[in-house]
Ligand binder design. Structure first.
Ligand code: ZN
Length: 176
């Protein structure tokens, strides 16, 4: 959010803010739906494979339990099955779910890392990598234009700072 706002000129801040809110909302919803679908489909396919090992599990219940871990746990706890069968069902369901969950976690990590790399590559940093004309950098305190000056004394001697043009009335400054 701050990165997006910082990259936009003031006049476009309104639309930038709106767009970034829309983007965050939409991508969040799509992300949750997509990752949820991944977990669900891995769960179902693993469950179908593993449930075959539970001998005597009625296929109607097995099919119902393959929908979601919630359905499986509901059946396991419903008393329709023998305690051993309920235990196996719960075990198979949670293993299948954890497999899906792990895959989803790996996918999320990959997406996250890719996102970070994209941001690092394409989003300009305001203070570090992109050379900025001093006059385009506004004072953080009063918003006036700034001039780059080199500190002559003190602990920061030799470092370059954007210093407010209204200095000394305004003491706004920050490192170049
Ligand atoms: Zn100032």
């Amino acid at each position: 959010m701050n990165v997006i706002m910082g990259a936009l000129p003031k006049a476009k801040a309104g639309i930038g803010s709106a767009m970034s809110t829309v983007f965050q909302t939409v991508s969040g919803a799509i992300g949750v739906a997509a990752l949820g679908a991944v977990v669900g489909s891995i769960y179902t396919s693993n469950f179908v494979k593993s449930a075959a090992s539970i001998s005597g599990l009625p296929s109607a219940l097995s099919q119902k339990a393959s929908d979601s871990i919630g359905a499986a746990m509901g059946i396991a706890g419903s008393g329709q099955l023998s305690p051993e069968m309920s235990g196996s069902l719960a075990q198979v369901a949670s293993n299948s779910f954890m497999d899906g969950w792990q895959t989803m976690t790996i996918i999320s990590c990959v997406i996250f890392v890719v996102g970070v790399l994209v941001v690092l590559k394409f989003v300009p940093s305001r203070y570090v990598t992109v050379p900025v004309e001093a006059k385009d950098v506004r004072c953080p305190v009063c918003g006036s234009e700034t001039t780059i000056r080199t500190a002559k004394k003190g602990p920061n001697a030799g470092r370059r700072f954007h210093v407010c043009n209204r200095y000394p009335e305004c003491e706004g400054k920050f490192p170049e």
